[in-house]
Ligand binder design. Structure first.
Ligand SMILES: C[S@@+](CC[C@H](N)C(=O)[O-])C[C@H]1O[C@@H](n2cnc3c(N)ncnc32)[C@H](O)[C@@H]1O
Length: 262
């Protein structure tokens, strides 16, 4: 049975906003946005989606790009709880899918401890949208049997703590979230763990937005490929044979030229 689209007073919905393009929002998400009294949204929620928030609803931004100056998670938990306990219909709008590196569980547990009901509306995650934009598949019969979503976001001053041997398996596609600043380390560690230096890579920036960029190259050139990307631009790294997309036109001509020369 499908869940109801109306929001009961005092209920919280975690809603996936997708990668940015309002056309990639689900119909359910759109109805929930229209039914909310108050909406808390992340920095990665696209401007076209923010524009859908009804004039009468309160809108509260709770995040900045790259985690800089963002509100601590505990503070977001408290804001959600206070709004729910005040009897508001609450929507927590998250970029992509709430279940992928979205810290949903912390919010759900905090609300549940106070007896507040939380429901989830899924969204299109950045990896799916990036593959679609690049006309690529995340899996490939016979060549890419595994798909791993991994975050390369390390705490300040700490090295990445990942299972590089597992990630280096040749039949895996890696979708690396928050991996731009660690691109050089990812490349070096994967190659050291046995992944071929020529493994195809697609760097997807601002996917689904008007300023989208898709930069293609190979694993050994990964650090170079991300050099022109600013801190503010959400960036996903796709690594593996499945993302080669040889028939796809390169959109970032300048970088593509240099990358293909490497
Ligand atoms: C905190 S994670 C949230 C992921 C989100 N829940 C999802 O399912 O896509 C943020 C990271 O997702 C990726 N991301 C989100 N939206 C993106 C977009 N439009 N283009 C490229 N990468 C994106 C980037 O790696 C960004 O640093």
């Amino acid at each position: 049975m499908s869940q109801p689209e109306r929001i009961a007073p005092g209920e919280v919905w975690l809603v996936g906003a997708g990668p940015g393009d309002p056309d990639l929002l689900t119909r359910k998400a759109e109805r929930l946005i229209g039914a909310a009294d108050i909406i808390f949204y992340d920095a990665l929620v696209g401007p076209g989606i923010i524009a859908m928030i009804p004039a009468g609803a309160e809108r509260i931004s709770v995040g900045k790009r790259s985690g800089r100056h963002s509100r601590p998670q505990e503070s977001i938990n408290d804001l959600l709880l206070a709004a729910a306990l005040a009897g508001k219909r609450v929507v927590r709008l998250k970029g992509g899918d709430p279940s992928v590196f979205g810290r949903s569980t912390e919010e759900i547990e905090h609300l549940a401890a106070a007896g507040v009901v939380t429901r989830i509306c899924p969204g299109v995650t950045a990896a799916s949208a990036a593959a679609a934009s690049g006309q690529a598949s995340l899996t490939l019969r016979g060549l890419a049997r595994k798909l791993t979503f991994v975050t390369a976001h390390a705490r300040a001053g700490e090295a990445l703590d990942l299972d590089w041997m597992a990630l280096a398996q040749p039949d895996a596609t890696l979708a690396v979230y928050m991996g731009r600043s660690a691109a050089g380390e990812i490349s070096a560690r994967l190659i050291a763990a046995g992944r071929a230096a020529e493994t195809p890579v697609m760097v997807a920036v601002n996917v689904s937005l008007p300023n989208e960029r898709l930069i293609r190259g190979n694993l050994k050139s990964l650090a170079f490929l991300v050099q022109t990307i600013s801190d503010d631009d959400p960036t996903l790294l796709l690594i593996g044979e499945a993302v080669a997309g040889s028939a796809v036109e390169l959109r970032d001509a300048a970088t593509a030229e240099i990358a293909s020369a490497l």
